[in-house]
Design a protein around this ligand. Sequence first.
Ligand code: IMP
Ligand code: MG
Length: 184
Amino acid sequence: MNELSKKEIFEDKIKRVIITKEEIDEAIKKVGKEIDKLYDGRPILLVSVLKGAFVFMADLCRAISVPCEIGFMCAKSYYEGTDSSGVVKITMDLDKDISEFHVVIVEDIIDTGRTLSDIVKLLKARNPLSLKVVTLLDKPSRRIVEFEADWSLFTVPDFFVIGYGLDCAEYYRNLPYIAEFGEK
Ligand code: IMP
Ligand code: MG
């Protein structure tokens, strides 16, 4: 994408704020406590799939008191035609063996469900002690592959959202809130 069209995308497409920074902070505090309660002092490994979840990961790990390590992966999913049982290609993998860890995947948004169902399959095959998923946002109306997170902080309708890590053409990740993308 050239610089001009990227600039056009950036300009004034924050249609309306749908989740404020205060609402996000409060929901993260609550889920942090639930995670602490569930693992009850046992160490966990938080795994985030770049790039969208990096802001959520940063705030969530600071709302958790159990000993926690963090890890990052980068993944791309490839699908042919209407086949939804595609494979996920890992472009950057975790740097450790997860078989000794209680793993919690930290995701920004579940849309069709394809990315997370592939990543869960892949990580399960590596035999972690346990595996759970926490997502900031969920768009259940868009699901193609059945998938339910263990913790979901907010449900959003079927429109494109930006901010708090989520992008449009790589912009808007730095907004402190979640907004609907589009013309005002
Ligand atoms: P899925 O594989 O269709 O569930 O898509 C998941 C990925 O698509 C997310 O991790 C996001 O990176 C991206 N995505 C889906 N919906 C949105 C949106 O509304 N805004 C920004 N990114 C999105
Ligand atoms: Mg993502």
